[in-house]
Design a protein around this ligand. Structure first.
Ligand code: FES
Length: 165
């Protein structure tokens, strides 16, 4: 761990994030915001049906956030690539932290942003394709939507205040 409180692995992912950007071809998009800090992450998926299994062929993201948000996005993209959507939904913060060595406790919430974006992109893929969405994924989606509304409301108030200056 260096003086920033981040491990070498975190800094490597932050300085050279893997799979960064927007996919040219995608069929799942997850847009999430962090209610604590207002950071935003968009995650793109290209899912293909291989022998009856839906597999994440490609994944990328655009993250407007802190060092932890960017490095966890990078780690999640590595973890999700090549997995079936069922297995990608099982990726948790402990796995992400393991890839990164560690995260300062105050930054653990940042790792949830990329995990939520991945579930949202899978939700988007399933619902756009009119495929069945598991109940727990639907519940998670509704919770994320409510948080997004709070952020949008907060941002609206801020822009209105700025206009009055
Ligand atoms: S401080 Fe916003 S995601 Fe880390």
């Amino acid at each position: 761990m260096n003086q920033t409180g981040y491990t070498k692995e975190v800094m490597k992912h932050f300085q050279k994030p893997h799979n960064y950007g927007r996919l040219k071809k995608y069929n799942g998009l997850g847009k999430v915001g962090n209610i604590v800090c207002g950071d935003v992450l968009w995650l793109y998926l290209n899912v293909e049906n291989k022998n009856g299994k839906e597999v994440i062929k490609d994944v990328s993201y655009e993250t407007y956030g802190c060092v932890a948000a960017i490095s966890t996005s990078s780690a999640i993209s590595d973890l999700a690539k090549g997995k079936t959507i069922e297995n990608a939904l099982k990726i948790n913060k402990e796995q992400v932290i393991k890839v990164l060595g560690d995260l300062p406790p105050i930054k653990i919430h940042c790792s949830l942003l990329a995990i939520d974006a991945l579930s949202e992109a899978i939700y988007d893929y399933l619902s756009m394709g009119k495929k069945p969405v598991p109940g727990d994924l639907r519940e998670k989606h509704q919770k994320i939507e409510r948080a997004k509304q709070v952020i949008e409301e907060r941002y609206k108030k801020w822009t209105e205040k700025e206009k009055q200056k």
